[in-house]
Design a protein around this ligand. Structure first.
Ligand SMILES: NC(=O)c1ccc[n+]([C@@H]2O[C@H](COP(=O)([O-])OP(=O)(O)OC[C@H]3O[C@@H](n4cnc5c(N)ncnc54)[C@H](OP(=O)(O)O)[C@@H]3O)[C@@H](O)[C@H]2O)c1
Length: 224
């Protein structure tokens, strides 16, 4: 039985354009990181027990969520567990996260009846949508103590608004995307209070990386 309130240490990492977009128009994948930032991301992956994304990212980007050990010039070691938030079982059957090549968890709602390959662990958490606190407590029970959250916009919004983030790193690439249909860094769930909530952050560091800037934040209090 998961311990209520327990959760892994959560590090959210993403790359955005100068105008705060995570991707191109309509969500088409943008490769915003430069070589140094990519290495940093793979170091972070390698140091994590789990890497989590939303099903929106799986559908649009089809990421493998693997550690590129070659980029780190290291022999392959233990790979972090891949975790997908997918309340209704929308992950495409041919998605790379379902290829059985490394441990994978799909978190669904209780009512989801979708069958997944036997290599996939299905965690049911939440009646109709994945409930983050319940899922995070269950992940701790499975030995996931360091969790990296890679996106996309809605997932980052849920973690930030839910107070489930210990550290946020944002690589700001030197490009403006400028299309209103391009997803922004974080989208908060609809139907929240009026005025809309704001998540306060404290900057720990800002430094040049590749041709962009790496920003590191910690939450500085509850959302208002
Ligand atoms: N630049 C970067 O660093 C980076 C990294 C990753 C992704 N991206 C971009 O992000 C975009 C995708 O973002 P997105 O916002 O469309 O999708 P997303 O955040 O990847 O996934 C959102 C989906 O996750 C599911 N979900 C289940 N439980 C949730 C919860 N508690 N909170 C939030 N979502 C939950 C929901 O679908 P159900 O209701 O069906 O469960 C929701 O629609 C893509 O364009 C991708 O390229 C960029």
């Amino acid at each position: 039985m998961p311990t209520p309130g327990a959760r892994p240490e959560v590090h959210v990492n993403c790359a955005v354009s100068v105008d705060g977009r995570l991707a191109y128009a309509g969500g088409r994948r943008a490769r915003l990181s430069g070589p140094e930032d990519l290495r940093r991301v793979h170091e972070l992956r390698a140091a994590s027990d789990g890497i989590l994304v939303g099903v929106g990212t799986v559908v649009l980007d089809d990421p493998s969520l693997r550690v590129h050990w070659d980029l780190l010039q290291r022999t392959p070691a233990r790979s972090p567990t891949r975790i997908v938030l997918d309340s209704n079982g929308r992950t495409p059957p041919q998605a790379r996260v379902l290829d059985g090549s490394q441990a994978t968890i799909v978190a669904t709602a209780e009512e989801c009846r979708r069958e997944f390959p036997s290599s996939v662990t299905v965690l049911r958490a939440g009646a109709r949508r994945v409930d983050l606190p319940r899922l995070l407590a269950a992940l701790v029970d499975l030995g996931i103590h360091k969790l990296m959250v890679e996106g996309g916009s809605q997932v980052i919004g849920s973690f930030l608004l839910g107070g489930c983030v210990d550290r946020l790193t944002v690589y700001v690439a030197p490009v403006v995307i400028g299309d209103p249909t391009a997803p922004i860094l974080a989208t908060f769930p609809m139907g929240r209070s009026d005025p809309a909530p704001v998540v306060p952050l404290r900057r720990l560091e800002s430094r040049p990386l590749d041709d962009g800037t790496l920003l590191t934040y910690v939450p500085s209090g509850p959302s208002t």
